[in-house]
Ligand binder design. Structure first.
Ligand code: ADP
Length: 399
């Protein structure tokens, strides 16, 4: 079975085609700047070099149309006709409390996703559009939706409720939902595999450290807490997002700086985090470089970042009542030995012992801990697309 995986953002689109007989990736690529000047498609078949197609793509329909033309094209294609693609797996950010696992898309599902637009106004509309366009252009393929929030639906009430009057949860669904669920699920399953134990027996803390970042406490394969909340703004310090903050800071700054709600949301989401503190960049490579050259604000941003991740690990070890492994994943987690080393510093009392020589690795699965460490530190590159493809296959097979 061949499966197309689509991750449709507001002006970008990522895709991969899987051959599920051996889970190999036949082709992958992305379209950027949809609806903007300079739109282009970057495509790679198997291990071949990337090709770039620069052309005007005013809508998601023209973008997905070009992806389809490329996939069936003689020069760089991987199928003779799109009829060979049995199903399309879509990444969808928010399913509210409606779905705790992936689902075949039908009219009811589309209705539920539209209802969640209020909870994820930036993400759900392009996700929904991706499903609509694929259904139109590939009418024979089944569509499956895989949700970022689904994995965290196992959190207990004590973890997901905020201490607001409960009427706001009941009326508006104000609660912790959590995000990056597909990634936390994938790496926690791989962690159990690397530990050589059943998923149901292991307690792991998964640190997804990318531009957006979150930590999850996973007990026996179930998420019991996670740092992102009602929106992806809560929790860790991120590239441009503040993460945890005293809520009283918000009205205070609005008053002092004469900001409206849109302006304060823009500040908290786009101008804070390591970008806001360092004043240098949101990109960790640039901040690490600046700090190494003596920029103290850059160093401060890094120190604050490490400290916040470490603090969450301590909290989640307590929430789990024990710990078998800490997992690092996503752009920063997979590529920055410094971040991993600094986060694990001072965690020796919990049985965490990083082997600094083993830690000098990037982007591949590895156990980074000393042989006798009670708590293992694992580097596991995330693979959300593979989980989406597997869920899609599983659902299509069983229908
Ligand atoms: P997204 O949330 O956009 O998917 P990624 O998981 O791709 O983000 O992570 C992007 C982050 O990874 C950026 O901050 C980037 O600086 C960081 N990163 C990538 N490569 C390295 C590296 N070699 N060292 C440190 N940070 C890196």
């Amino acid at each position: 079975m061949k499966i197309l995986v689509i991750n449709c953002g507001s002006s970008s689109l990522k895709y991969q085609v899987f051959d599920m007989s051996d889970e190999s990736v036949l082709a992958k690529g992305l379209v950027e700047k949809i609806g903007l000047p300079g739109s282009f498609l970057k495509h790679r078949r198997g291990d071949e070099d990337n090709i770039i197609v620069e052309t005007d793509m005013p809508t998601h329909e023209t973008a997905i149309g070009l992806v389809i033309d490329t996939l069936v094209g003689l020069a760089h294609g991987v199928v003779k006709s799109m009829d060979e693609i049995e199903a399309v797996g879509h990444r969808v950010v928010h399913a509210g409390e409606k779905y705790a696992c992936s689902t075949i898309v039908n009219d009811d599902v589309m209705q539920a996703l539209r209802q969640c637009i209020e909870l994820a106004p930036l993400h759900n509309p392009p996700n929904i559009m991706g499903i609509e366009v694929c259904t139109k252009l590939m009418p024979k393929a089944k569509s499956v939706a895989v949700f970022d929030t689904a994995f965290h639906q196992t959190m207990p009430q004590a973890a997901y409720l905020y201490a607001l009057p409960l009427e706001f949860y009941r009326k508006y669904g104000v609660r912790r939902y959590g995000f990056h669920g597909t990634s936390h699920r994938y790496v926690s399953e791989r962690a159990a595999h690397m530990l050589g134990r059943p998923v149901s027996e292991v307690k792991v803390i998964t640190c997804h450290l990318g531009n957006g970042a979150s930590v999850a406490a996973v007990d026996g394969g179930r998420s019991i807490d996670t740092s992102m909340g009602f929106t992806p703004l809560e929790g860790l310090i991120m590239g441009t997002r503040s993460g945890d903050l005293d809520p009283a800071v918000v009205p205070y700054l609005m008053y002092k700086e004469n900001m409206n709600t849109e302006e304060i949301c823009n500040l908290l989401n786009k101008k804070c985090g390591v970008m806001g503190v360092s004043g240098v960049s949101s990109d960790f490579r640039v901040i690490e470089d600046a700090a190494a050259k003596g920029n103290q604000q850059a160093q401060l941003a890094l120190d604050m970042y490490y400290y916040r991740v470490r603090k969450y690990i301590g909290a989640y070890a307590a929430a789990l009542g024990g710990l078998d492994a800490i997992v690092f994943t996503a752009g920063i987690g997979e590529n920055s030995p410094e971040v991993r080393a600094e986060v694990c510093k001072h965690l020796g009392f919990m049985g965490v012992e990083l082997d600094l020589a083993k830690n000098r690795v990037r982007g591949k699965e590895a156990d980074l801990s000393t042989e006798n460490a009670k708590v293992k530190v694992l580097l596991i590159p995330t693979n959300e697309e593979l989980i989406i493809a597997r869920d899609t296959k599983g659902l299509v097979d069983s229908h």
